[in-house]
Ligand binder design. Structure first.
Ligand code: ATP
Ligand code: MG
Length: 658
């Protein structure tokens, strides 16, 4: 084949790839929880009826008088309903045929493990709920939690919910300063932490960080410390303030009545990832949240009674709240919790866990999938992944290349992929395939969940046509929606509800294709304007990642005298590939071929790492600051601040990357 013919062949292939569609197999469809497409129409015609039916799967102490009271932007779901989240997640299962079923299967980083049945979990939760009461926690008091991924983390959350004390979980990878900020914002009375956490064989000094944070937190009265690493952490206990978890629970009763909560009582506060700026304290309430998370969990992951379900997120993020703890446990589902990282002790760790517990449903993030791609197919190939039935992703748009890799190497071309779009604020998944119904397309989160109404609008509340980019907006309320920003209701209104009348502004860009499928384009700030063309950073990134040499890419728009914005790409290469000027040109050319000359990057900059939030999302705003020579914005949510300062220096030394 001549060069020209080869190129033509390749672009044809690329085009076909985009149009590829993956319907569920007949075999999968037949066994799926949801296989009737009428569900969408039924929910559209009777939104409240749809959710009321789902709500009946929970146990209510008092049933609601009204499904929804909607005075935009203020929502009340299941008005006058009374229930308890922990009763629904634990107690009722412990009293049923599920009492000896595994509720939590925990895998520790050094390889230790623990299984808690529903009955055992109930006892542990009750003991700790009584401990919290004895330390002075009452209904409505906020409890901060700063722990690693140990079973006590889930126990602590459920104990809080049992007594009606909202928890505020702060990811264990955060610094003392970030912890202090969040404790003070939530005005928490009690802090629960660990002596330390295991991370790649090393120790994360959780208690030492907490001590530092506590020098400026006037509201904290008591601290409970879980012993996890023992002698590996040198910690000090402050008499009268600090108590060991194991000493307190040893004397606590394992009986505790659930606090009857109003459906609208606060279940928890959780701070967003901080990808776009200062994190917001998102408030979730009890009834609607539990209905929304349990329904989506059961339908989207096609949960069956004897499934083992594993979501690899950290409970410090909303994904862990909704889809490790509350959604799965409300459904009486076995949920796996893993303490460590995917590459310790080796790069096959995740797959060895899938094989060990015969995991049926696996839910992870695109950033993890891109790492797996970089590490090579030999790692998953070594393990028996035949137990898997559904695999999912969340957190960022998934590049089609990564989607195909996931489909082939993890799903073994057999498992439907659910690419789930949602936010801390939305509480539950809102745009997603239903695995028994939806023909998926690589890179598309497909369609709004039944009862959810999403639109793509221009700046003036007008729908943009098929294929055109715009703002993703939600036009109907949904049960797990957040109710406010803690302590800042004005910000709730201003940031989310003032752009479009009575509609929720997501802050994300999207487009809808001819088939009505949604394609998420990243945050509105991440959409570039190049010579009058709106190009999404995600599209250019996907074109770069499509090149065989590229592991990961972050693209930003930077001020350009002529075009308004020019395109700069920060690229990490696959292992063993050398950076060169020739490769830069090749990558620029590759983008031209995939998207068109308008998307040709002005600069390509090779780097060994990209700045990411602690939830592992690429932080493009910092790259924009670097590229435009500005002072770096809020960096408190960065996973590794050193990466950014290194990159800034390197960028300045090499000029603008060319
Ligand atoms: P902050 O709001 O503090 O800037 P954040 O938006 O990253 O941080 P999260 O609530 O954790 O905080 O993330 C939600 C965002 O993640 C969504 O708005 C969207 O941009 C992105 N996202 C999540 N899932 C998907 C998905 N499946 N496809 C595309 N984007 C996704
Ligand atoms: Mg956000």
């Amino acid at each position: 084949m001549s060069d020209k013919a080869a190129t033509a062949q390749e672009s044809l292939e690329a085009l076909l790839k985009e149009a590829r569609s993956f319907p569920p197999s007949e075999e999968f469809r037949r066994q799926a929880n949801v296989s009737d497409p009428m569900i969408y129409e039924a929910a559209r015609q009777d939104l409240e009826g749809f959710w009321a039916e789902e709500a009946k799967r929970l146990d209510w102490f008092q049933t609601w008088s009204k499904v929804l009271e909607w005075n935009a932007p203020w929502a009340k779901w299941f008005v006058d309903g009374k229930l308890n989240a922990t009763y629904n997640c634990v107690d009722r299962h412990a009293k049923s045929f599920r009492r000896n079923k595994a509720a939590i299967i925990w895998e520790g980083e050094p390889g230790d493990s623990r299984t808690l049945t529903f009955e055992a979990l109930e006892r542990e939760v009750n003991r700790f709920a009584n401990v919290l009461k004895s330390l002075g926690a009452k209904k409505g008091d906020r409890v901060a939690i700063y722990m690693g991924m140990v079973p006590e983390l889930a126990i602590a959350m459920l104990a809080c919910a049992k007594i009606g004390a909202p928890h505020s979980v702060v990811f264990g990878g955060f610094s003392a300063e970030s912890l202090r900020e969040r404790i003070n914002d939530a005005q928490a009375k009690i802090l629960i932490t660990c002596d330390g956490g295991w991370r790649r064989g090393g120790v994360v000094p959780l208690k030492a960080n907490a001590d530092e944070a506590l020098t400026g937190t006037p509201t904290i009265e008591k601290v409970v410390v879980v012993e996890r690493v023992g002698k590996a952490a040198q910690i000090a206990m402050k008499p009268g303030r600090d108590y060991w978890w194991h000493e307190l629970v040893a004397n606590a009763s394992d009986q505790c009545d659930p606090e009857p909560m109003d459906a609208e009582d606060m279940l928890y506060i959780l701070y967003t990832s901080g990808t776009t700026g200062k994190p917001k304290g998102v408030v979730h309430t009890t009834g609607g949240y539990l209905v929304g998370t349990s329904t989506t969990h059961r339908m989207i992951f096609d949960i069956k009674e004897d499934d083992v379900y594993w979501c690899t997120a950290d409970i410090g993020w909303v994904t862990g709240h909704s889809y490790i703890v509350y959604g799965p446990l409300a459904n009486g589902c076995t949920t796996v919790m893993y303490e460590g990282s995917p590459d310790y002790p080796d790069r096959g760790r995740f797959w060895s866990i899938v094989a060990k517990y015969r995991v049926n449903i696996f839910y992870t993030a695109p950033t993890a999938i891109r790492s797996f791609m970089r590490w090579g197919t030999e790692w998953p190939a070594k393990y028996d992944l035949s137990s898997l039935r559904v695999i999912g992703t969340v957190g960022e748009p998934i590049n089609p290349e990564a989607w195909i890799w996931y489909h082939q190497n993890i799903g073994r071309e057999r498992c439907p992929i659910v690419d789930t779009w949602w936010q801390t604020e939305t509480g539950m998944i809102l745009i997603t395939p239903l695995p028994g119904l939806t023909a998926t397309k690589p890179g598309s989160a497909t369609q709004p969940f039944p009862g959810v109404e999403a639109e793509v609008l221009d700046g003036k509340d007008r729908s943009v046509g098929p294929g055109a980019g715009g703002y993703l907006v939600l036009s109907k309320p949904w049960p797990a929606m957040f109710r406010t920003i803690y302590g800042d209701p004005d910000r709730y209104v201003r940031q989310y509800w003032s752009q479009y009348d009575g509609k929720y502004f997501t802050g994300d860009g999207a487009k809808v294709d001819e088939d009505g499928y949604f394609w998420l384009l990243g945050r509105v700030d991440d959409v570039m304007n190049v010579a009058g063309h709106r190009i999404s950073t995600y599209e250019v990134e996907s074109a770069l990642v499509d090149h065989p040499a590229v592991a990961e890419a972050a693209v930003i728009g930077k001020t350009h005298e002529v075009k308004g914005q020019g395109i700069a790409g920060f690229v990490t290469l696959k292992e063993g590939i050398r950076a060169s000027a020739k490769l830069k040109d090749e990558l620029k050319q590759h983008v031209v071929k995939k998207i068109g000359p308008i998307a040709r990057p002005d600069d390509i900059f090779f780097t060994s790492e990209l700045p990411k939030t602690r939830s592992a999302k690429i932080m493009r705003r910092l790259l924009r600051d670097i590229a435009e020579g500005r002072v770096l914005g809020d960096t408190t949510t960065l996973a590794d601040p050193a990466v950014t300062s290194r990159l800034k220096r390197q960028y300045e030394e090499e000029g603008k990357g060319d």
